[in-house]
Design a protein around this ligand. Structure first.
Ligand SMILES: Nc1ncnc2c1ncn2[C@@H]1O[C@H](COP(=O)(O)OP(=O)(O)OP(=O)(O)O)[C@@H](O)[C@H]1O
Length: 342
């Protein structure tokens, strides 16, 4: 946990009608850093965001902004006094106000000052020329940018974004994402982005928080979480995982396809690797290539041996269906676990 956290959520719990939605969750947000909270639908992401925003009470745990207590099970600072900006999935611009008035809404100063500030913020996201348009005249991506600068213009201590790109098509998504991330970074505020899209989380985050079934599974840098997931469940949240039964002896985990070093005690275990971390080359004995699918930038090969199968992805392969191949795992991106559910 960062000592310099702008916001610190500690051991938070929230239940609905006796069902736990979030259990013992801790996370910190720091100024100038983007934290992505990644988890499947129903894992409790929005509940955490709502607790931080003040839209949901804490049944247990605490939320601090620096030394100030914002919420615990007995007290709660109202959302409007938390100095936290919120951007929801549906942008929620005021339909009866122009783009500039949406951004100027709630800012301090004379009418002229507020308009000048709004225009400056709109220029950051290349929308100054749309200042006098109505929200319905903008595309989804443009509305998203207005919603973001409307929240940023108040200079909040933190900004929370719930699935900010979910309403955008694929092409628009990467463009809007890039400009939004640039704007967020330039603002220097603490940012929490909730998403169920692993690629999005990996690409945007300075700090990644992985969540499933109401529990935070792992927090760390995107690289660390991807390369060294704390469990097979954490690994699966971040992308495709190949999981093989292994026998561990003297620091080596051996599967039917190959082995890697590990630091677990002798016994049964599970090897987890990524399809792109598996390499196959022609050999006299080994696994048989049973299928090859063309995926554009890669080919996906299915290998079988002793009744077990393995999928790998490679940009190029000389192997054909029916060939025999030896298999090697990238050790840096392969992990071994004692428990498949751990
Ligand atoms: N107001 C509520 N009343 C009852 N149950 C709720 C309420 N809000 C959330 N839940 C339940 O709490 C759990 C976590 O929900 P939450 O919305 O936090 O998940 P999520 O990860 O944000 O999901 P999604 O990605 O689908 O938005 C779910 O089982 C959900 O049904």
């Amino acid at each position: 946990m960062s000592e310099h956290a702008t916001l610190l959520l500690s051991n938070a719990r929230r239940s609905y009608n006796g069902r736990v939605a979030v259990s013992d969750a801790s996370l910190s947000l720091s100024a100038g850093r983007i934290t992505a909270l990644l988890g499947p639908s129903g894992s409790g992401k929005s509940t955490i965001l709502r607790m931080i925003a003040g839209l949901e009470p804490l049944d247990d745990g605490t939320l601090h902004a620096g030394d100030a207590l914002l919420a615990d099970q007995h007290s709660s600072v109202p959302p409007e006094h938390r100095d936290i900006g919120l951007v929801f999935q549906d942008y929620a611009l005021f339909p009866h106000l122009t783009v500039a008035d949406n951004v100027a809404f709630g800012l301090k100063g004379s009418k002229k000052d507020r308009r000048a500030q709004a225009l400056e913020w709109l220029a950051h996201v290349k929308l100054a020329d749309r200042a006098d348009s109505w929200p319905h005249m903008l595309s989804g991506g443009e509305q998203q940018r207005v919603a973001l600068v409307r929240a940023l213009a108040r200079k909040p201590r933190a900004i929370l974004l719930d699935e900010p790109f979910s309403g955008l098509d694929r092409h628009l998504k990467s463009e809007v994402r890039r400009s939004l991330i640039d704007t967020l970074r330039a603002s220097g505020t603490a940012v929490l982005i909730v998403t169920h899209d692993a690629e999005e989380a990996l690409m945007m985050a300075d700090d990644l928080v992985l969540m499933d079934k109401g529990v935070i599974l792992q927090s760390g840098s995107p690289q660390d979480c991807y390369q060294h997931p704390s469990s097979i469940a954490a690994a699966r949240l971040l992308g495709e995982a190949e999981v093989l039964k292994a026998l561990i002896k003297d620091g080596i985990a051996t599967t039917v396809f190959g082995s890697v070093p590990c630091d677990l005690a002798d016994g049964e275990g599970w090897l987890m690797t990524r399809p792109e971390s598996i390499h196959a080359s022609p050999a006299c004995e080994g696994a048989k290539v049973t299928a090859i699918a063309f995926g554009g930038t890669f080919s996906e090969l299915t290998l079988e041996k002793d009744g077990q199968s393995l999928r790998l992805r490679t940009p190029f392969t000389a192997l054909k269906i029916g060939d025999v191949a030896s298999v090697r795992f990238d050790e840096a991106t392969t992990s071994v676990y004692a428990d498949v559910n751990g």
